[in-house]
Design a protein around this ligand. Structure first.
Ligand code: NDP
Length: 287
């Protein structure tokens, strides 16, 4: 029998850097026509992780020649005050994309805030119109992490038509949109969740595995079908402070054809796809 080929480690950092360079070139060409693509970032409260995410998004945007308008609001902000800001940003002709950093502090209702966004500025792709269009197979803005996963699958030439794809996790942010995207690409999709009876059995049949759960290394390496492609969305910090994904990486890499590491796989793609959506929004709104 042939010795198994070593898995390709899908380098999300490099793919994201390439996408960010493409976005920067598109933003510069808009600038040459007098249009500065602009992202409004809304951060409510002082959750330290959210502050770090916002800082990273802001830095990456500026590096890609995308202007950023920061709106930092105190944790005591009311639903009505937040709604008023969203309304103002919806009407501001200079703002192309609006990002509301989630989660919002209690008791703010994130769903109501997202529903209030102008779908033409919904660069996070979470508005019901964006998700509805995705379900209809006519996507406008695709949520950023799922979009990043699809780009990584493209990077390794994954043959999706007819492939058996298993998505573990069904959140609106990650699992559900990925399942829709894979279905739109003609994969046969199984969506697994906390009530799935035989997760190992489902994964063992999969040509493509997407893990988006948030449980360290719960997908065991020996569940992976030899030659499968594995995209690990999970970001988990172990007790000793190490970042790991939802997949038992070293063992899975013995069997997979290609696999994303954590960190350095899906993570870097999310911001790059947000910037891509922002420049697309600017182009659509302002030609
Ligand atoms: P959620 O907590 O919203 O969803 C987790 C999903 O996992 C749920 O659908 C849940 O099922 C399912 N699940 C929980 N336990 C099990 C189990 N034992 N077996 C099978 N399924 C299970 O998380 P998110 O979707 O927001 O995020 C998932 C992971 O991705 C997290 O680690 C998060 O940090 C990471 N993430 C990474 C990003 C990146 O940029 N790389 C961006 C966004 C998220 P049920 O619906 O039944 O409860």
């Amino acid at each position: 029998m042939d010795a198994p080929q070593p898995a390709i480690f899908i380098d999300g950092k490099a793919v994201a850097a390439r996408l960010r360079a493409e976005v920067a070139a598109a933003a510069m060409s808009l600038r040459a026509r007098g249009v500065a693509a602009t992202l409004a970032v809304v951060l409510v409260g002082d959750d330290p992780a959210s502050a770090v995410y916002v800082r990273n998004k802001t830095r990456a945007a500026r590096e890609a020649s995308v202007d950023v308008r920061d709106h930092k609001l105190p944790a005591t902000t009311t639903q009505a005050e937040l709604a008023a800001l969203i309304d103002q940003l919806n009407r501001d002709p200079v703002v192309d994309g609006i990002l509301v950093q989630l989660p919002l502090p209690a008791p703010l209702d994130a769903e109501a805030v997202i529903a209030a966004l102008d779908p033409a500025k919904d660069v996070d792709g979470l508005h019901p119109t964006s998700l509805g269009l995705l379900a209809r197979g006519r996507p406008s803005f695709v949520p950023c992490t799922p979009s990043g996963c699809m780009r990584l699958l493209g990077e390794v030439g994954a043959e999706l038509a007819g492939a058996r794809a298993v998505v573990i996790g069904r959140s609106l942010l990650v699992g559900k949109p990925i399942a829709l995207l894979l279905g739109n690409a003609n994969a046969t999709v199984t969506m697994c969740h906390s009530r799935t009876r035989d997760l190992a059995g489902e994964v063992r049949r999969a040509d493509v595995v997407i893990a988006a759960v948030g449980r360290p290394e719960m997908v065991r390496g020996d569940w992976i079908q030899p030659g499968a492609i594995v995209i690990d969305v999970g970001i988990n910090r172990t007790a000793d402070g190490v970042l790991v994904g939802d997949v038992e990486f070293a063992a899975a890499a013995q069997r997979a054809r290609a696999i994303t590491p954590v960190p350095g796989g899906v993570g870097p793609m999310t911001i790059a796809c947000l910037l891509d959506n922002t420049v697309a929004a600017a182009r659509r709104r302002r030609g």
